[in-house]
Design a protein around this ligand. Structure first.
Ligand code: SF4
Length: 444
């Protein structure tokens, strides 16, 4: 039994259903400059935009939600138009970008900001060197939209009422420090250029960074990380200068026999429209490789049916589903986390629906800096207390890493135990004992 739902992409002038966009022409809507100019980042503008299409209760809930958000709110008109305003409470796109107070829940006590310890593994500010041959180069601290669940909520965007952002000096003046470090390490071959979002780099900056890295003898592979393709595909269709700069980097890579790819971030099949397909087709025509990294999010893609549809639809538009990440243990978005067993179940049901090269690997980025571990590869997992223990022998030998399932997935008794410091410690010690990671191993 099969379905072809993955080929049914939303088309037409769907944005006109929102009263304030009713008179927006197709030309305007497909212009990235119009999208940027009309993106919404404050409560008053958001309330004005959706007034009349949602209940007053909903407006009250978002106005309270803004106060608790670790990330700024910023959404494009494109994203707003894809939200089902008849049921905004449960919409998978709304859930990712607009906080509502009534859905926020208590944080697990083990949550932190910078749960992946990116700063600890940074030899220069904005450059994380964790895996032997690969570095993460953060170039800019802004994004075209802000995701509530961002793992870099400690540094990306402006301060919020709950998070004072760390200044990583992500600007062109400091890129030289990162370049010099990368050049000085012969073992480095692979650089992820991220942020923030590389969509926010100018065409000149994109080219400068791409060319500089490709011309280093040690560098073999670079990737530009951007959520932009998912939230503002119009840029690919209307910003010729930027697309040409990207293409020049790809062509240089090809000439030098080095790989250049884009890594993007779609989380739900609804985010893929006919506009997305047109943008991906344009990139495909230029020979540009695109891979996708999703985050497993409660109420967004945490059923196997939703994930199967996403994987098939991504494959249909020539975007390779590469990773599905277990949600990181970041503060302030506990409502969006799922437990390890959910990821395992979904993975089991996704494998086999399409070709292996289009089947994403489900990974957990080990808290504390162990890097990406296959979700199944835990040393121990207690489904009652929600503690899982992972090791990363090729990244941090002799250390172990613990992940904690979200509060909403645990019984009230276990939640109470986590609130008690002594019992919390005991649950961790029990997990370490049963994992058999050994007396010599240390928590990262
Ligand atoms: S686009 Fe990426 S860096 Fe920006 S907020 Fe979203 S997850 Fe964070």
């Amino acid at each position: 039994m099969y379905t072809l739902e993955h080929r049914e992409l939303q088309e037409g002038e769907f944005w006109r259903e929102i009263p304030v966009f009713a008179k927006v022409s197709q030309n305007e809507f497909l212009d990235y400059k119009w999208q940027i100019k009309n993106s919404i980042s404050d409560l008053i503008k958001l309330a004005e935009t959706i007034k009349g299409v949602v209940s007053d209760d909903f407006i009250v809930a978002i106005s309270k939600g803004f106060h608790f958000a670790p990330m700024n709110v910023r959404v494009t008109p494109y994203l707003l138009s894809l939200i089902d305003w008849n049921d905004p409470w449960n919409d998978p796109i709304r859930k990712q970008f607009i906080p509502v107070s009534t859905q926020l829940i208590e944080d697990h006590p083990m949550l932190t900001l910078d749960s992946l310890h990116e700063q600890k593994d940074a030899p220069v500010s904005g450059l994380t060197h964790r895996y032997i041959d690969k570095a993460l180069f953060l170039t800019v601290n802004a994004c075209p939209v802000y995701c509530r669940f961002c793992t870099r909520s400690y540094a990306i965007g402006a301060d919020t009422e709950t998070v004072k952002k760390v200044d990583l000096y992500l600007n062109s003046k400091h890129w030289e420090n990162a370049f010099q470090y990368i050049e000085s390490r012969p073992e480095l071959e692979d650089v992820v250029i991220s942020g923030g979002d590389t969509y926010n780099l100018s065409a000149e900056a994109l080219k400068k960074i791409g060319f500089r890295l490709l011309q280093m003898p040690n560098i073999q592979r670079i990737r530009f990380a951007t959520k932009g393709l998912a939230v503002m595909p119009m840029k690919i269709l209307s910003d010729e200068k930027w697309l040409d700069a990207l293409t020049e980097v790809f062509l240089l890579g090809r000439k030098l026999h080095k790989q250049v790819a884009i890594h993007t971030h779609f989380n739900n099949a609804k985010e893929i429209t006919m506009i997305s397909k047109r943008a991906m087709d344009k990139l495909f025509e230029r020979g540009i490789t695109i891979r996708n990294q999703s985050v497993l999010l409660r109420g967004v893609n945490d059923t196997y049916e939703k994930m199967q549809l996403l994987v098939k639809r991504l494959s249909y538009i020539n975007v390779q589903p590469y990773y599905v990440f277990q949600h990181d243990m970041v503060k302030g978005v506990e409502d969006l986390r799922t437990c390890v067993k959910t990821a395992i179940e979904i993975e089991k049901n996704v494998r086999g629906v399409t070709a292996g090269f289009n089947t994403p690997t489900f990974v957990l980025d080990a808290p504390g800096g162990g890097g990406k571990r296959c979700i199944h590869s835990y040393e121990y997992y207690n489904r009652e207390t929600g503690v899982s223990v992972y090791t990363a022998p090729s990244v941090k030998p002799g250390k172990y890493f613990m992940y904690f399932d979200p509060f909403h997935s645990l019984s009230e008794e276990i939640r109470q135990a986590w609130r008690d410091q002594k019992k919390r410690q005991q649950m961790c010690l029990d997990a370490i004992y049963h994992s058999g990671v050994g007396a010599c191993s240390r928590l990262a």
